[in-house]
Design a protein around this ligand. Sequence first.
Ligand code: NAD
Length: 489
Amino acid sequence: MTKSNQVIPVAKGDGIGPEIMDACLCILREAGARIEPRFVDIGKKVYLAGYTAGITEETWDILREYKVFYKAPITTPQRDGFKSLNVTIRKTLGLYANVRPAVSYHPFVPVNYPGMDVVVIRENEEDVYAGIEHQQTPEVVQCLKLVSRPGCERVVRYAFEYARAYGRKKITCMTKDNIMKLTDGLFHRVFDEIAPEYPEVESEHWIVDIGTAKLADTPTSFDVIVVPNLYGDIVSDMLGQMAGSVGIAPAANVGDDHAMFEAIHGSAPRHAGKGIANPSGLLLAGVMMLISIDQADVAERIHNAWLKTIEDRVWTYDLVRRVKAAGETKYTEVGTQEFAKAVVARLGQEPERLKSVRYSGKPIKIRRSQLTNVRDAKMQLDGVDVFIGNGKLSPDELGRKLEQLAEPKFRLIMITNRGQKVYPDGYPETFCTDHWRCRFQVPAGAPRPTHADLRWLLENIEQNNLEWIKLENLYLMNGKRAYTLGQGQ
Ligand code: NAD
């Protein structure tokens, strides 16, 4: 190992992982990557040895020390009790941005959208992926969608910095803030706040449903897309498939101090050991890794050699299947290692028809996130939503009971069932479950409620033989209402 080589923790993973990682490391080595792999075990073997997140303390120490992680896909056991290793690594190391380029290689890889060149930047730590779920009543389960201002700021700023660094012209934000006004609304608001700091980058917002429809129809009118976690997961897989094969799509999971580079696909256990899997997604992730560790010259050599290989119609089975279906007959079908050899043989060459890449000469540095401090906001209690589990009472019976027991400190404002108001003035047609959200506020002119008042209310509820299953405090933040009024208002 020479002095300038950077130690990179490398996991060969499960299923097709070892085959494609060996192929990628061979290409990186032949291209002159100044790296020294430090192999770590993660995944199936480690899960089965009793580590519920599929990773040992020793490996955590190595990842912490060396910061950059090159990871092949792993197999996550389906049984309950095992945690997703990917989600754990992203959250533990603060990898808040998941960068997934989707490029069409027309006319060599048949796609419906020649010219597609989109980068999805997916928020990577929050949203429903907090994995906080509960069964609250016999009929109802819930999943918490958590969105934070720092979480939104970090990923949105990263997206703008990325666009600036790579000369991208436009960023599209997609949310569902017409329905989720606080959570998705915060993401959209932060996007609108940060966008003016980057006047050279055009910015726009789409509601995610119609935005995704437009993306599936006309991907060429998009450039960089920044989205909350769940939408990003869906949209980036869709684009990967539209680009020709999940086998060619890379992903970079990026934080301020750490990064993890991987293919977007999984361990494809059905194909393991056959030597046929496409190493391209993992290889292009390696290209992204080399750029991030200031080896843009090597990244450029590999990426251009890979483009030339695709252009020369040297393909693994997944692309062959696609081009065969399109009636193509001139191609060379190769296995994983032969594909690697084909790329190595083209190092130093550039594609003739596909656009070559240029990374060297301008190291890409993404600035660290500056976060707005909102922790000192003045919080004032403004009421409470008490959730009650009850499968026996009608909305009117429950409403009248709660009105009485809340007197004199509180007023029952409304009861909703799955978000729909059912008391007062509900409609008999509305289907009701056994899960009721009951909103209480103090009478007009009364002093603000205290936590002691909430305890008094809960005790009254208990004494009336009602089961409260959870409460959500209603707050004013700096004097502004910080809860929705319900029913999509
Ligand atoms: P998968 O992505 O592993 O495979 C789905 C199909 O895609 C395969 O059957 C194959 O036809 C094709 N495919 C995937 N990668 C390919 C490649 N490199 N070359 C050619 N064809 C390829 O999805 P799955 O079968 O749903 O998941 C298998 C396992 O992978 C599961 O245990 C899952 O939890 C895990 N997984 C891991 C990661 C990760 O480690 N990043 C990501 C997704 C899934």
